[in-house]
Ligand binder design. Structure first.
Ligand code: SAM
Ligand code: DTB
Ligand code: SF4
Length: 335
Protein backbone atom coordinates (compact mmCIF):
# COMPACT_ATOMS: atom_id res chain seq x y z
CA UNK A 1 0.00 0.00 0.00
CA UNK A 2 1.30 3.44 -0.97
CA UNK A 3 2.14 5.83 1.88
CA UNK A 4 -0.36 8.61 2.44
CA UNK A 5 0.62 12.10 1.30
CA UNK A 6 0.47 15.10 3.60
CA UNK A 7 1.82 17.88 1.41
CA UNK A 8 -0.90 18.26 -1.20
CA UNK A 9 -1.00 21.78 -2.64
CA UNK A 10 -4.17 23.81 -3.01
CA UNK A 11 -3.77 23.76 -6.79
CA UNK A 12 -3.38 19.96 -6.86
CA UNK A 13 -6.56 19.48 -4.84
CA UNK A 14 -8.46 22.08 -6.90
CA UNK A 15 -7.37 20.31 -10.11
CA UNK A 16 -8.67 17.01 -8.74
CA UNK A 17 -11.97 18.63 -7.69
CA UNK A 18 -12.41 20.15 -11.17
CA UNK A 19 -11.61 16.97 -13.12
CA UNK A 20 -14.32 15.91 -15.60
CA UNK A 21 -16.91 14.27 -13.38
CA UNK A 22 -16.86 10.67 -14.61
CA UNK A 23 -13.08 10.71 -14.81
CA UNK A 24 -12.99 11.98 -11.22
CA UNK A 25 -15.34 9.25 -10.02
CA UNK A 26 -13.33 6.58 -11.83
CA UNK A 27 -10.09 7.81 -10.28
CA UNK A 28 -11.61 8.01 -6.81
CA UNK A 29 -13.18 4.55 -7.19
CA UNK A 30 -9.77 3.16 -8.15
CA UNK A 31 -8.09 4.68 -5.08
CA UNK A 32 -11.00 3.46 -2.96
CA UNK A 33 -10.50 -0.14 -4.08
CA UNK A 34 -6.78 -0.01 -3.29
CA UNK A 35 -7.50 0.73 0.37
CA UNK A 36 -11.01 -0.47 1.22
CA UNK A 37 -13.49 -3.22 0.50
CA UNK A 38 -15.89 -1.32 -1.83
CA UNK A 39 -18.91 -3.37 -0.71
CA UNK A 40 -18.53 -2.37 2.93
CA UNK A 41 -20.19 0.76 4.27
CA UNK A 42 -20.17 1.55 7.98
CA UNK A 43 -23.52 2.29 9.56
CA UNK A 44 -23.18 4.84 12.36
CA UNK A 45 -25.87 5.99 14.69
CA UNK A 46 -26.16 9.53 16.02
CA UNK A 47 -27.64 10.44 19.36
CA UNK A 48 -28.10 13.92 20.74
CA UNK A 49 -27.31 13.42 24.43
CA UNK A 50 -27.78 17.14 25.21
CA UNK A 51 -29.89 19.18 22.84
CA UNK A 52 -30.13 22.92 22.16
CA UNK A 53 -29.39 25.99 24.25
CA UNK A 54 -25.85 26.25 22.92
CA UNK A 55 -24.08 29.60 23.50
CA UNK A 56 -22.17 29.48 20.17
CA UNK A 57 -23.31 31.27 17.01
CA UNK A 58 -22.57 28.66 14.28
CA UNK A 59 -24.70 30.00 11.41
CA UNK A 60 -25.87 26.56 10.28
CA UNK A 61 -26.90 25.17 13.63
CA UNK A 62 -30.45 24.74 14.90
CA UNK A 63 -29.07 24.18 18.42
CA UNK A 64 -27.63 27.68 18.93
CA UNK A 65 -29.74 29.36 21.65
CA UNK A 66 -29.68 32.71 19.85
CA UNK A 67 -31.62 31.45 16.80
CA UNK A 68 -35.32 30.73 17.09
CA UNK A 69 -35.75 27.36 15.45
CA UNK A 70 -38.52 25.92 17.61
CA UNK A 71 -36.20 23.16 18.80
CA UNK A 72 -37.06 21.56 22.13
CA UNK A 73 -33.96 21.73 24.31
CA UNK A 74 -33.17 18.96 26.80
CA UNK A 75 -30.50 18.54 29.42
CA UNK A 76 -28.10 15.62 29.52
CA UNK A 77 -29.78 12.28 28.84
CA UNK A 78 -29.51 9.56 31.53
CA UNK A 79 -26.83 6.91 30.92
CA UNK A 80 -29.38 4.05 30.72
CA UNK A 81 -31.26 5.77 27.90
CA UNK A 82 -28.04 6.12 25.92
CA UNK A 83 -27.20 2.44 26.41
CA UNK A 84 -30.70 1.44 25.26
CA UNK A 85 -30.31 3.54 22.12
CA UNK A 86 -26.90 1.98 21.46
CA UNK A 87 -28.31 -1.56 21.82
CA UNK A 88 -31.12 -0.76 19.36
CA UNK A 89 -28.69 0.81 16.90
CA UNK A 90 -26.39 -2.21 17.11
CA UNK A 91 -29.29 -4.58 16.50
CA UNK A 92 -30.03 -2.55 13.35
CA UNK A 93 -26.50 -3.01 12.00
CA UNK A 94 -24.72 0.04 13.42
CA UNK A 95 -21.14 -0.53 14.51
CA UNK A 96 -20.43 3.02 15.63
CA UNK A 97 -22.31 5.27 18.01
CA UNK A 98 -21.78 9.01 17.92
CA UNK A 99 -22.88 10.96 21.00
CA UNK A 100 -23.38 14.68 20.41
CA UNK A 101 -23.80 17.48 22.93
CA UNK A 102 -24.71 21.09 22.20
CA UNK A 103 -21.84 22.43 24.26
CA UNK A 104 -19.27 25.09 23.45
CA UNK A 105 -16.73 23.08 25.43
CA UNK A 106 -16.47 20.28 27.94
CA UNK A 107 -16.48 21.34 31.59
CA UNK A 108 -15.10 19.21 34.41
CA UNK A 109 -18.40 18.59 36.16
CA UNK A 110 -20.99 15.89 36.88
CA UNK A 111 -22.24 15.98 33.30
CA UNK A 112 -18.77 15.12 32.03
CA UNK A 113 -18.58 12.25 34.55
CA UNK A 114 -21.87 10.95 33.11
CA UNK A 115 -20.50 11.19 29.56
CA UNK A 116 -17.50 9.09 30.69
CA UNK A 117 -19.98 6.50 32.01
CA UNK A 118 -21.82 6.54 28.67
CA UNK A 119 -18.58 6.00 26.76
CA UNK A 120 -17.65 3.05 29.00
CA UNK A 121 -21.09 1.47 28.67
CA UNK A 122 -21.38 1.84 24.88
CA UNK A 123 -17.83 0.58 24.42
CA UNK A 124 -18.82 -2.47 26.48
CA UNK A 125 -21.55 -3.14 23.90
CA UNK A 126 -18.75 -3.71 21.38
CA UNK A 127 -19.35 -0.53 19.39
CA UNK A 128 -16.91 2.17 18.29
CA UNK A 129 -17.80 5.18 20.42
CA UNK A 130 -17.43 8.66 19.01
CA UNK A 131 -18.21 11.86 20.92
CA UNK A 132 -18.73 15.40 19.71
CA UNK A 133 -18.85 17.69 22.72
CA UNK A 134 -17.18 20.92 21.58
CA UNK A 135 -13.76 22.08 22.72
CA UNK A 136 -11.67 19.74 24.82
CA UNK A 137 -8.45 19.99 26.86
CA UNK A 138 -5.73 17.36 26.67
CA UNK A 139 -6.65 16.12 30.17
CA UNK A 140 -10.32 15.72 29.24
CA UNK A 141 -9.34 13.90 26.06
CA UNK A 142 -7.20 11.52 28.13
CA UNK A 143 -10.15 10.80 30.47
CA UNK A 144 -12.36 10.03 27.46
CA UNK A 145 -9.64 7.80 26.01
CA UNK A 146 -9.35 5.93 29.33
CA UNK A 147 -13.12 5.40 29.29
CA UNK A 148 -12.75 3.70 25.91
CA UNK A 149 -13.48 6.53 23.45
CA UNK A 150 -12.56 5.47 19.91
CA UNK A 151 -13.06 8.75 18.04
CA UNK A 152 -13.62 12.44 18.63
CA UNK A 153 -15.68 14.42 16.12
CA UNK A 154 -14.76 18.06 15.71
CA UNK A 155 -15.37 19.51 12.26
CA UNK A 156 -13.34 22.24 10.59
CA UNK A 157 -16.58 22.91 8.70
CA UNK A 158 -15.01 25.07 5.94
CA UNK A 159 -11.82 26.93 4.98
CA UNK A 160 -10.02 29.11 7.50
CA UNK A 161 -10.95 32.16 5.36
CA UNK A 162 -14.69 31.40 5.25
CA UNK A 163 -14.90 30.24 8.88
CA UNK A 164 -15.35 33.79 10.24
CA UNK A 165 -18.37 34.30 7.98
CA UNK A 166 -20.13 31.38 9.67
CA UNK A 167 -18.96 31.45 13.31
CA UNK A 168 -17.69 34.35 15.42
CA UNK A 169 -17.64 32.86 18.91
CA UNK A 170 -14.51 30.72 18.38
CA UNK A 171 -11.59 30.54 15.97
CA UNK A 172 -10.26 28.04 13.48
CA UNK A 173 -7.20 27.67 15.72
CA UNK A 174 -9.48 26.69 18.63
CA UNK A 175 -10.77 23.87 16.41
CA UNK A 176 -7.27 22.74 15.45
CA UNK A 177 -6.18 22.81 19.11
CA UNK A 178 -8.99 20.50 20.19
CA UNK A 179 -8.17 18.09 17.37
CA UNK A 180 -4.57 18.14 18.53
CA UNK A 181 -5.62 17.42 22.12
CA UNK A 182 -7.70 14.44 21.05
CA UNK A 183 -4.85 13.14 18.91
CA UNK A 184 -2.35 13.46 21.80
CA UNK A 185 -4.63 11.31 23.94
CA UNK A 186 -4.54 8.57 21.29
CA UNK A 187 -8.16 9.04 20.21
CA UNK A 188 -8.82 8.76 16.46
CA UNK A 189 -10.07 11.89 14.73
CA UNK A 190 -13.33 12.47 12.91
CA UNK A 191 -13.15 15.83 11.18
CA UNK A 192 -14.74 17.20 8.05
CA UNK A 193 -17.22 19.87 7.17
CA UNK A 194 -20.32 21.17 5.50
CA UNK A 195 -20.96 22.20 1.91
CA UNK A 196 -23.82 24.41 0.78
CA UNK A 197 -23.20 27.33 3.16
CA UNK A 198 -22.49 29.80 0.35
CA UNK A 199 -18.77 28.95 0.25
CA UNK A 200 -16.70 28.85 -2.94
CA UNK A 201 -15.05 25.76 -4.43
CA UNK A 202 -11.76 27.22 -3.12
CA UNK A 203 -13.15 27.20 0.43
CA UNK A 204 -14.08 23.54 0.08
CA UNK A 205 -10.58 22.82 -1.15
CA UNK A 206 -9.07 24.93 1.66
CA UNK A 207 -10.79 22.66 4.16
CA UNK A 208 -9.57 19.49 2.45
CA UNK A 209 -6.07 21.00 2.33
CA UNK A 210 -6.09 21.51 6.12
CA UNK A 211 -7.38 18.01 6.79
CA UNK A 212 -4.96 16.34 4.37
CA UNK A 213 -1.98 18.19 5.87
CA UNK A 214 -2.58 16.43 9.20
CA UNK A 215 -0.29 13.51 9.84
CA UNK A 216 -1.83 11.02 10.16
CA UNK A 217 -4.95 12.06 8.24
CA UNK A 218 -8.15 12.14 10.31
CA UNK A 219 -9.28 8.51 10.34
CA UNK A 220 -12.82 9.69 9.57
CA UNK A 221 -13.91 12.58 7.34
CA UNK A 222 -17.61 13.49 7.41
CA UNK A 223 -18.93 15.43 4.42
CA UNK A 224 -22.22 17.07 5.36
CA UNK A 225 -24.60 18.83 3.00
CA UNK A 226 -26.16 21.76 4.84
CA UNK A 227 -29.57 21.00 6.30
CA UNK A 228 -31.01 24.51 6.04
CA UNK A 229 -33.09 25.03 9.17
CA UNK A 230 -35.68 27.80 9.47
CA UNK A 231 -34.61 30.39 12.01
CA UNK A 232 -30.85 29.99 11.37
CA UNK A 233 -28.91 32.60 9.36
CA UNK A 234 -28.44 30.00 6.59
CA UNK A 235 -32.16 29.13 6.33
CA UNK A 236 -32.41 30.35 2.73
CA UNK A 237 -29.40 28.59 1.27
CA UNK A 238 -30.37 26.59 -1.82
CA UNK A 239 -29.87 22.82 -1.60
CA UNK A 240 -26.42 21.66 -2.59
CA UNK A 241 -26.32 20.03 -6.07
CA UNK A 242 -25.65 16.27 -5.78
CA UNK A 243 -22.77 16.68 -8.26
CA UNK A 244 -20.97 18.94 -5.77
CA UNK A 245 -21.39 16.29 -3.09
CA UNK A 246 -19.99 13.64 -5.42
CA UNK A 247 -17.02 15.87 -6.31
CA UNK A 248 -16.35 16.55 -2.63
CA UNK A 249 -16.52 12.88 -1.64
CA UNK A 250 -14.31 11.85 -4.57
CA UNK A 251 -11.72 14.53 -3.83
CA UNK A 252 -11.63 13.63 -0.12
CA UNK A 253 -11.19 9.97 -1.08
CA UNK A 254 -8.25 10.71 -3.40
CA UNK A 255 -6.36 13.04 -1.04
CA UNK A 256 -7.02 10.95 2.11
CA UNK A 257 -7.11 7.40 0.71
CA UNK A 258 -7.16 5.45 3.98
CA UNK A 259 -9.75 7.58 5.83
CA UNK A 260 -13.38 6.59 6.19
CA UNK A 261 -15.31 9.19 4.19
CA UNK A 262 -18.76 9.71 5.67
CA UNK A 263 -21.77 10.71 3.59
CA UNK A 264 -23.28 12.57 6.52
CA UNK A 265 -26.04 15.17 6.86
CA UNK A 266 -28.34 16.05 3.99
CA UNK A 267 -29.17 12.57 2.66
CA UNK A 268 -32.94 13.16 2.90
CA UNK A 269 -32.67 15.38 -0.16
CA UNK A 270 -30.58 12.89 -2.14
CA UNK A 271 -31.83 10.20 -4.51
CA UNK A 272 -30.60 6.61 -4.20
CA UNK A 273 -28.85 7.11 -7.56
CA UNK A 274 -27.05 10.18 -6.21
CA UNK A 275 -25.96 8.32 -3.08
CA UNK A 276 -24.86 5.36 -5.22
CA UNK A 277 -22.51 7.72 -7.06
CA UNK A 278 -21.13 8.87 -3.70
CA UNK A 279 -20.45 5.26 -2.64
CA UNK A 280 -18.80 4.63 -6.02
CA UNK A 281 -16.66 7.73 -5.43
CA UNK A 282 -15.44 6.39 -2.09
CA UNK A 283 -17.99 7.22 0.60
CA UNK A 284 -17.92 4.32 3.03
CA UNK A 285 -20.12 5.33 5.90
CA UNK A 286 -23.57 6.78 6.52
CA UNK A 287 -25.54 7.87 9.56
CA UNK A 288 -28.63 5.69 9.81
CA UNK A 289 -31.81 6.19 11.80
CA UNK A 290 -34.65 8.59 11.10
CA UNK A 291 -32.97 11.47 12.95
CA UNK A 292 -29.49 12.97 12.77
CA UNK A 293 -28.96 15.03 15.91
CA UNK A 294 -32.07 17.17 15.57
CA UNK A 295 -32.99 17.08 11.85
CA UNK A 296 -34.54 14.32 9.72
CA UNK A 297 -32.59 11.51 8.04
CA UNK A 298 -33.88 8.75 5.72
CA UNK A 299 -36.02 6.06 7.38
CA UNK A 300 -34.10 3.02 8.57
CA UNK A 301 -35.96 0.72 6.16
CA UNK A 302 -35.24 2.96 3.17
CA UNK A 303 -31.52 2.66 3.91
CA UNK A 304 -31.79 -1.09 4.32
CA UNK A 305 -33.46 -1.31 0.91
CA UNK A 306 -30.73 0.90 -0.55
CA UNK A 307 -28.01 -1.38 0.88
CA UNK A 308 -29.77 -4.46 -0.57
CA UNK A 309 -30.25 -2.80 -3.94
CA UNK A 310 -26.63 -1.65 -4.20
CA UNK A 311 -25.14 -4.82 -2.69
CA UNK A 312 -23.64 -2.99 0.27
CA UNK A 313 -22.75 -4.69 3.57
CA UNK A 314 -22.52 -2.89 6.95
CA UNK A 315 -18.97 -2.83 8.36
CA UNK A 316 -18.21 -4.53 11.70
CA UNK A 317 -16.88 -2.44 14.58
CA UNK A 318 -13.10 -1.82 14.66
CA UNK A 319 -12.62 -3.17 11.12
CA UNK A 320 -10.55 -0.12 10.33
CA UNK A 321 -8.41 -0.68 13.40
CA UNK A 322 -5.64 -1.96 11.24
CA UNK A 323 -5.78 1.14 9.02
CA UNK A 324 -5.60 3.35 12.09
CA UNK A 325 -2.61 1.50 13.45
CA UNK A 326 -0.82 1.55 10.11
CA UNK A 327 -1.56 5.24 9.67
CA UNK A 328 -0.02 5.95 13.06
CA UNK A 329 3.02 3.88 12.23
CA UNK A 330 3.49 5.61 8.87
CA UNK A 331 4.02 9.01 10.53
CA UNK A 332 7.77 8.93 10.10
CA UNK A 333 7.64 7.43 6.61
CA UNK A 334 5.62 10.24 5.09
CA UNK A 335 6.38 13.86 4.34
N1 SAM B 1 -21.25 21.35 19.72
C1 SAM B 1 -20.28 20.50 19.18
C2 SAM B 1 -19.49 21.14 18.07
O1 SAM B 1 -19.94 22.09 17.46
O2 SAM B 1 -18.38 20.66 17.80
C3 SAM B 1 -20.84 19.17 18.67
C4 SAM B 1 -22.17 19.10 17.96
S1 SAM B 1 -22.28 19.94 16.38
C5 SAM B 1 -23.99 19.84 16.08
C6 SAM B 1 -21.48 18.81 15.28
C7 SAM B 1 -21.37 19.18 13.83
O3 SAM B 1 -22.65 19.03 13.19
C8 SAM B 1 -20.99 20.59 13.45
O4 SAM B 1 -19.61 20.81 13.53
C9 SAM B 1 -21.46 20.70 12.02
O5 SAM B 1 -20.43 20.33 11.13
C10 SAM B 1 -22.61 19.69 11.95
N2 SAM B 1 -23.89 20.38 11.73
C11 SAM B 1 -24.59 21.10 12.62
N3 SAM B 1 -25.71 21.61 12.08
C12 SAM B 1 -25.72 21.22 10.80
C13 SAM B 1 -26.62 21.44 9.71
N4 SAM B 1 -27.71 22.19 9.85
N5 SAM B 1 -26.34 20.87 8.52
C14 SAM B 1 -25.22 20.11 8.38
N6 SAM B 1 -24.34 19.87 9.37
C15 SAM B 1 -24.56 20.42 10.55
C1 DTB C 1 -21.06 15.34 11.46
O1 DTB C 1 -20.13 15.75 10.72
N1 DTB C 1 -22.33 15.32 11.13
C2 DTB C 1 -23.13 14.84 12.23
C3 DTB C 1 -22.07 14.40 13.26
N2 DTB C 1 -20.86 14.85 12.67
C4 DTB C 1 -22.16 14.86 14.65
C5 DTB C 1 -24.08 15.87 12.72
C6 DTB C 1 -25.02 16.38 11.66
C7 DTB C 1 -25.98 17.29 12.31
C8 DTB C 1 -27.01 17.80 11.36
C9 DTB C 1 -27.92 18.76 11.99
C10 DTB C 1 -28.77 18.21 13.09
O2 DTB C 1 -29.39 17.13 12.95
O3 DTB C 1 -28.88 18.87 14.13
FE1 SF4 D 1 -23.25 24.72 19.44
FE2 SF4 D 1 -22.04 22.79 18.07
FE3 SF4 D 1 -24.33 23.89 17.17
FE4 SF4 D 1 -22.10 25.32 17.13
S1 SF4 D 1 -22.48 23.42 15.99
S2 SF4 D 1 -24.09 26.02 17.86
S3 SF4 D 1 -21.06 24.59 18.99
S4 SF4 D 1 -24.08 22.68 19.02
Amino acid sequence: MKATKHNWTKQEILDIYNTALLELVYRAATVHREHHDPRKVQVSSLLSIKTGGCPEDCGYCPQAARYHTGLKAHKLMPVEQVVDAAKKAKAGGASRMCLGAAWREVRDNRDFDSVLEMVKAVNNEGMEVCCTLGMLTEEQAAKLADAGLYAYNHNLDTSEEYYNEIISTRTYDDRLNTLNNARKAGVTLCSGGIIGMGESAEDRIGMLLQLSSMNPHPESVPINALVAVEGTPLENQPPVPIWDMIRMVATARIVMPTSVVRLSAGRVGMSVEGQAFCFMAGANSIFAGDKLLTTPNPEFNEDKQMFDLLGLIPTDAFEKGKFVASALRSVEMTS
